[in-house]
Each structure stands twice: as structure tokens, then as C-alpha cells.
Design a protein around this ligand. Structure first.
Ligand code: 5AD
Ligand code: FES
Length: 349
């Protein structure tokens, strides 16, 4: 390992300022096994100092595969005529929560495409009912860009958290992943509004998305440092066969793990999921994520019959088992590496 890299890693973990150039240097040394292991060891130690060997679970409910956006990477983009569209009813969503609650989930994540059916009125009705039935649970929304007023009303209805990945912190790169009507500027406005309104906010990005450079990734890390979100979702880009990016390579396991470790070291208390996408590109992806500093997993609580249709990328995990099966499987997996799944809400502390 270069002495310079060793010194930067040391500083990362001690709340030390690191420059963009220094982050680029670390990322360029992705081939260095000793560097990766040093980052991993420090990141795991940092996560354990804050969270012990506990892993939080979030129950993911994919409420709609209808989306008005046309992001070039995403399998449920509006131009994908082969995508099967579904939308869960209020009753189906509440049934997922009921099932999830019985299984021990205390956080529900309602995720979906930007589906015009879910107006503020419809969504607030659902959120306030979940809030009424499960006063001890956290309600997380992940429904894309909405107005500040909409975010305010949803918060008032009882939502606590909002996930909105920034996808890439570089304007030009953003424009290569999205059609012109979607801008990084607006995405950031949403994130700042969410944070200011009082949501526990999650940002995040894909690793190895088409045209991404190490400079872009350094900017993602700096953006996370600036925004200081309570959560950060990162996972490898995985091509979907019905999108313009079908022929691009998937992001690498190694780079995703390196970034998880760097994010943990730069943001010791952040809630950092070992994502489904990470579990999809490698058989032990999520376990490796935890060993590199992640502390959250998000099993799927969506109704079985729709899981295959919330297909953001190819070969997505958890399209065959039951939610209960999913938790057992995940608990077992975490146990093999010395971690324990816990059912408390796991708020940012
Ligand atoms: N590969 C990996 N992640 C993807 N997402 C969407 N499409 C893909 C893909 N092809 C991620 C985006 C989005 C989240 C819901 O899923 O980062 O924010
Ligand atoms: Fe879903 Fe293992 S986590 S089956």
C-alpha cells in the first residue's frame, strides 16, 4: 500500500478532512488488496463501535411499478413497453404492514415509481392509517421527486423518513443517465427540502453506472459529507435488458465494498444498507457489505405475485421466497458472520 494512501485512510477515520484529490487517489488504487483490507477493517471497527454487532431491518413494500420518468438505467422507466405495471391498493399496502409487523419489522419503506395515482390525498390517507395502526413504527417513503408542500403534508400525516438517491453528484454525468427534464439541481432541491422539513433523509448513488469516473465517485462522497444525510443507499449498477443501458457492464463488487468502507469512515453514525443490488451481483454480497461497514438490510415485504414486476434491473433477488423466509434467510446469513438482526426502529442517533 502506498504510504500516502495509508495516511489518507488514517485521516478518514479521525474526522480528518480529505480532499477530492485524495479520494480520487484511494479510488484509483482499487486494485490494492492491502488498502482494501485496511479500509474494511477500520470501517467494520467504526460500525461496531457505534452499532455493536446489530443489523437493522427495514421492510420494503414496492407499492407501484408505474413511473412517469424515463431514467436510462431503470427497468420500470416509462418507455419500457415490456414492463408489467401494477399498483398496490391501500388494503394491500396495509396487509403488507400487518404481515411485516407480525414478523418483527418496525420500519416500513413504501417505495415506488413516480406514479400520478398516488396524489398527496391518496398517500396521506395511507400514511396516516399506518401511523394510526402502528404508532411505534417508522414510516419511510421512497417515491421520488415531489413538491416541498407534498413532502410537508406527508410528514404531517406521519411519515418520518425519506429516501431519494441523488444517483450522481456531477451535473454532466447526471445528464448522461437521465433525460433532459430531470436535473441534478432539482434532485438536490428535493433533498435539501426533505432535510429541512425534518425528515431523516437518505441520499445515495449507483456504483459503476455508465460513464462514471472515479472523479464522479469522489464528488458523490463529498456531496454526502456536505448534505450529511442520516442514510446512504449505494449499490452496483446492474443492466436491465429492456433499457438503453442493456449492453453496459455491471458495477463491481470490489468498488462497491470500497465505497461502503469509505462512507462508513467519513460518516461513522450513518445508516448504511447492504443493498439488494449488492446481494444480486455476488452470492455473499450483503454479508460482505456488512463486513465492510454496512449496518442495515431491507428484506422485501411486497406481495409475492408482484415482486417480479418491480424489476429495476435483471436477476433481482427475493422474487421467489416469502417475506418470512427472507428474514429467516437473512438472519441466518448475518449469524454466520457474527451479526444479529434486531427489530427496533433503528433511528439515526
Ligand atoms: N441498477 C442498479 N440500481 C438501480 N436503480 C434503478 N435502476 C437500477 C439499475 N439498473 C436504483 C436507483 C434508484 C433505486 C430505487 O434503484 O439508484 O434510486
Ligand atoms: Fe430474501 Fe434471503 S433475503 S431470500
Amino acid at each position: 500500500m502506498l504510504t500516502r494512501c495509508a495516511e489518507i485512510v488514517g485521516r478518514l477515520g479521525q474526522n480528518g478532512e480529505v480532499s477530492r484529490e485524495e479520494l480520487v487517489l484511494l479510488l484509483e488504487n482499487i486494485g490494492d488488496d492491502a488498502l482494501l483490507e485496511e479500509l474494511r477493517k477500520n470501517a467494520q471497527q467504526t460500525a461496531q463501535a457505534v452499532f455493536g454487532n446489530k443489523i437493522y431491518i427495514r421492510g420494503l413494500i414496492e407499492i407501484s411499478s408505474v413511473c412517469k420518468n424515463d431514467c436510462y438505467y431503470c427497468g420500470i422507466r416509462r418507455s419500457n413497453k415490456n414492463a408489467v405495471r401494477y399498483r398496490l391498493s391501500r388494503e394491500q399496502i396495509l396487509a403488507c404492514c400487518e404481515n411485516g409487523y407480525a414478523l418483527g419489522f418496525r420500519t416500513f419503506v413504501l417505495q415506488g415509481g413516480e406514479d400520478g395515482y398516488f396524489t398527496d390525498e391518496v398517500l396521506c390517507g395511507i400514511v396516516s392509517e399506518i401511523r394510526f395502526r402502528y404508532p411505534d413504527c417508522a414510516i419511510t417513503l421512497s417515491l421520488g421527486e415531489r413538491s416541498r408542500e407534498s413532502y410537508r403534508r406527508l410528514l404531517e400525516a406521519g411519515a418520518n423518513r425519506y429516501l431519494l438517491r441523488h444517483e450522481t453528484a456531477d451535473e454532466r454525468h447526471y445528464a448522461r443517465l437521465h433525460p433532459p427534464e430531470l436535473t441534478l439541481e432539482h434532485r438536490k432541491e428535493c433533498l435539501y427540502a426533505l432535510r429541512e422539513l425534518g425528515y431523516q433523509t437518505g441520499a445515495g448513488f449507483m456504483v459503476g453506472s455508465p460513464y462514471q469516473t472515479v472523479g464522479n465517485l469522489a464528488d458523490d462522497l463529498l456531496f454526502i459529507r456536505e448534505l450529511q444525510p442520516q442514510m446512504c443507499g449505494i449499490g452496483p449498477f446492474i443492466p436491465h435488458h429492456d433499457t438503453p443501458f442493456r449492453d453496459f457492464a455491471a458495477g463491481s463488487l470490489r468498488m462497491t465494498l470500497m465505497l461502503l468502507s469509505i462512507i462508513r469512515l467519513m460518516n461513522p453514525r450513518i445508516l448504511l444498507p447492504a443493498t439488494t443490488a449488492l446481494g444480486t451481483i455476488a452470492p455473499k454480497g450483503r454479508e460482505l457489505g456488512v463486513l465492510h461497514g454496512a449496518n442495515v438490510v431491507m428484506p422485501n415485504l411486497s406481495p409475492m405475485e408482484h415482486r417480479k414486476d418491480y424489476s429495476l434491473y435483471d436477476n433481482k433477488l427475493c422474487t421467489g421466497d416469502e417475506a418470512a423466509e427472507c428474514i429467516r434467510c437473512l438472519s441466518g446469513r448475518m449469524k454466520t458472520i457474527g451479526y444479529e438482526i434486531v427489530t427496533d426502529r433503528g433511528d439515526y442517533k
